[in-house]
Design a protein around this ligand. Sequence first.
Ligand SMILES: Nc1nc2c(ncn2[C@@H]2O[C@H](COP(=O)(O)OP(=O)(O)O)[C@@H](O)[C@H]2O)c(=O)[nH]1
Ligand SMILES: [Mg+2]
Length: 445
Amino acid sequence: MVLENLGQSLRNVLKKITGASHIDEALVKEITRDIQRALLQSDINVKLVLEMTKEVERRALSEEPPAGTSPKEHVVRIIYDELIRILGQPRPLPVAKQTIMMVGLYGQGKTTTTGKLARYFHKKGLSVGVIAADVHRPAAYDQLKQIADKVGVLFYGEPGEKDAARIAANGMKHYSTIDVVLVDTSGRHALEDDLIAELKNVADVVKPTERILVLDAAVGQQAGPQAKAFHDAVGVTSVIITKMDGTAKGGGALSAVAQTKASIVFIGVGEHLTDLEPFDPTRFISRLLGMGDIQSLLEAAKDTVSEEQAAETVKKMMGGRFTLKEMYEQMEMLTNMGPLKKLVSMLPGMPGLSEKMDVEESQKKLRRFKFIMDSMTDEEMEDPKLIKSTRINRIARGAGVEAKDVRELLKQYNMSKKAVKGFMGNRKLRKQLMKQFSSEMGQSE
Ligand SMILES: Nc1nc2c(ncn2[C@@H]2O[C@H](COP(=O)(O)OP(=O)(O)O)[C@@H](O)[C@H]2O)c(=O)[nH]1
Ligand SMILES: [Mg+2]
């Protein structure tokens, strides 16, 4: 089975929310389960997942959305907040004397990031030295030396020496007066026992104050176990996610952080030594969730129909006015409004729209109706009786639909109008609707 990546599954959860007609307990329970599944599949600690989702559920069911926030928007925000919370408080690396050991699998960006950090501390005015303790990759020595020269920091290495711990020990002696010492280490494609043993030996002689795990943003599912193995070996204190300039969203970072309780300190955003940015949890989660899209989805949901507009339409109808405009407004309310959907669906004469209507289907129909109405004149909208065959053809051409679609709209309109008329003529029903209407309006979801 191919597992979806974390970002994708979380984005699907958000889509489920924005696509729902309204937020209720069943939906909250469903999305909580979805989030649970997504996080557990990403190897995030079970206890943490349960705590997080319990909190999402509790808040979603008990909190009132703040003024100006729709219930959907509020639930999305709760999920967002709670995900940020998993990432923990950002903890910048101190700009101070320290020894940093870099760990991570081959190709994740350790050597490059060593150079970026060296540059960062050098720019802050500290003296910096790097140690080449990757004894497995033939070109590792040269790669780090070149980077150190470019950045203008000290370099220590012993080409040909196969004992990483010995190089590290000599390097530490060599740098006894240097503020920040960065130790680059070997990767390897998989976590083999001898790599772990080597890293432990290096850590023993270096006694690093920071053990930084370097993780490629694309690592995904493997991030959790990787982080755990490195954490068990050397005790990871910080994480740097590299290649955030690519398409990967870095969902694995959540697992790594959850495994190690370390905080993400920086992200790598390119191959150049200047491409290092402080980690910003809010931005990170936004990117993971594709908040750009979600934000616009939410906005679309928001600027549809307000309660005042709904009240306005209902009032007009109570007054007996029912032209194509009212019908359109009514359909729009029904398809786009969460909390008031139940109410609006009780309005008489809604063309074929029952409580259980398919929102997607009716939105499609609504869009088609909108095209059609957009090709009508104001006169026609106000007085649809004017619309006869030549006008039908003109409207259909203008809307890019067939004449039968225009006829369908008119037929629905006539049916609705009849129903509205009959309904408004019935005093008892009208009173009942009014009562229901005011109680719905006063009741917030
Ligand atoms: N686009 C991009 N490439 C990166 C980043 N960090 C490292 N790389 C590239 O990833 C590759 C492996 O990096 P390297 O530092 O040698 O990884 P190591 O094996 O862990 O030491 C190199 O081609 C780097 O240029 C980053 O933040 N963005
Ligand atoms: Mg390397």
